[in-house]
Design a protein around this ligand. Structure first.
Ligand code: HEC
Length: 196
């Protein structure tokens, strides 16, 4: 009995040491162009979906998501910050998107659950390109993005262009950044017409 225990402990130790050596020796390919095994993908997918479901369950959805002013503000936010990765009607690809792993969903085709979308936008998703926008945006602004995402699938390229043209400017950025899909805050701060 005692011998079996020692053998089992030894085997467990060998596995842990082997895994550690594999990681420490740099044998794992961290490249974004080297896909995971299918088993790893299904484990990560399960973990991500369950995590978002559990964490989003507590989120309280505000009652103004159908307010046209809220949707309009969300359109401006989306056009300024999200299309490079998530595309839009009339925007079929971008330079950054093909190289992202995991590939961001095309949000002009996918319907999202408002609670889960809010949670993901605010907190981001670890080890993916999805940022935690909660560091730079308050909850009310994030809800405008969710309100817009509810309308986005099914919009035509013309409807999309019109709503973005009417949207109030994204007040976190200078006007120079408005036309760029992923304007950065540093150049907005440097622009003389930037409003605080
Ligand atoms: C640099 C790329 C990038 C940018 C910019 C980005 N996202 Fe994402 N986003 C991702 C990736 C990648 C995922 C998927 C992560 C995964 O599957 O693990 C994602 C996932 C999401 C999801 C979850 C979708 C689903 O079906 O579960 C939502 C909602 C979302 N993003 C909204 C936004 C919004 C709104 C913005 C703009 C404020 C934004 N994202 C900007 C990369 C990005």
């Amino acid at each position: 009995m005692k011998n079996i225990l020692i053998v089992l402990l030894g085997a467990a130790l060998a596995v842990v040491l082997g895994l550690y050596a594999y990681m420490y020796l740099g044998m794992y390919n961290m490249g974004a162009d080297s896909p995971h095994w299918r088993m790893t993908v299904s484990m990560l997918t399960m973990m991500r979906e369950r995590s978002i479901e559990m964490h989003a369950a507590e989120v309280v959805v505000p009652s103004n998501l159908d307010d046209p002013a809220v949707i309009l503000k969300g359109a401006g936010q989306y056009a300024a910050m999200c299309t490079g990765c998530h595309l839009a009607p009339g925007i079929a690809d971008s330079e950054i998107r093909p190289g992202l792993y995991p590939r961001p969903p095309n949000l002009s085709k996918v319907r999202v659950d408002p609670r889960e979308a809010f949670w993901v936008i605010k907190h981001g998703i670890k080890m993916s390109a999805m940022p935690a926008w909660g560091f730079s945006h308050d909850d009310a602004t994030i809800w405008t993005m969710v309100a817009f995402l509810r309308k986005l699938p099914g919009m035509t390229p013309t409807e999309y262009r019109d709503i973005v043209a009417k949207a109030p400017p994204d007040d976190d950025m200078g006007p120079m950044d408005r036309d760029m899909p992923m304007g950065d805050h540093a150049s907005a701060a440097a622009s003389p017409t930037h409003r605080p």
